[in-house]
Design a protein around this ligand. Structure first.
Ligand code: ADP
Length: 174
């Protein structure tokens, strides 16, 4: 029997290069682009992405929206808005979990089989990656357990530190 962790992969690198059905964008509520992974995705996708995003009227924290991938290898981009870290006592954990859940739900609704996530909220939004990674892993595992349609989730890390945190989180729940 294959374990849930066999459907989860940890990779170090640039998410815009990933050859998957959908990549996830850690967006801000305007959905009109920004720094970090958001800027990289918009640059790689080209102007069509911003044009489509303009028609979406933003996205509240914890929710997600889907667009096409334009010049990206990925067919779709799922934009989600994580929480801004305010010290950990303002519902940040639950909002981060919601962002993962909303994204996976949209992926499933759109027949997406392979999906790559960045470490949502752990850059400019300041969420500590050692606290974010077990939340990400728990939400993804919980979803995969209930839904067979998503075959592969790639956790894309931009630093060795993030990779260590994900591998740690995965090793505690095999
Ligand atoms: P947020 O505002 O949600 O914190 P950021 O883009 O600032 O979003 O950071 C989210 C995570 O994405 C960080 O861990 C950052 O290192 C990482 N990141 C930045 N650029 C890329 C990229 N091109 N590919 C994958 N991950 C990236």
């Amino acid at each position: 029997m294959t374990s849930l962790n066999d459907r989860i992969e940890v990779a170090l690198g640039d998410i815009t290069k990933m050859e998957v059905d959908a990549i996830v964008n850690a967006a801000n509520p305007s959905l009109l682009g920004g720094k970090g992974v958001d800027g990289a995705i918009h640059r790689a996708a080209g102007p069509g992405l911003l044009e489509e995003c303009r028609g979406l009227d933003g996205c509240p924290p914890g929710e997600a929206r889907i667009t096409r991938g334009y010049r990206l290898p990925a067919k779709y981009v799922i934009h989600t808005v994580g929480p801004i870290w305010r010290g950990g006592g303002s519902g940040e954990d639950e909002l981060l979990a919601m962002a993962y859940r909303s994204t996976l739900l949209i992926a499933e609704e759109n027949g997406i089989r392979t999906i790559a996530f960045p470490a949502i909220s752990t850059g400019a939004y300041g969420f500590p990656v050692e606290r974010a990674s077990p939340i990400a892993v728990a939400e993804i595992r919980g979803f995969l357990e209930e839904n067979g349609s998503i075959e592969k989730v790639v956790l894309v890390c931009f630093s060795e530190r993030a990779k260590e945190c994900y591998l740690d989180a995965l090793s505690t729940c095999e």
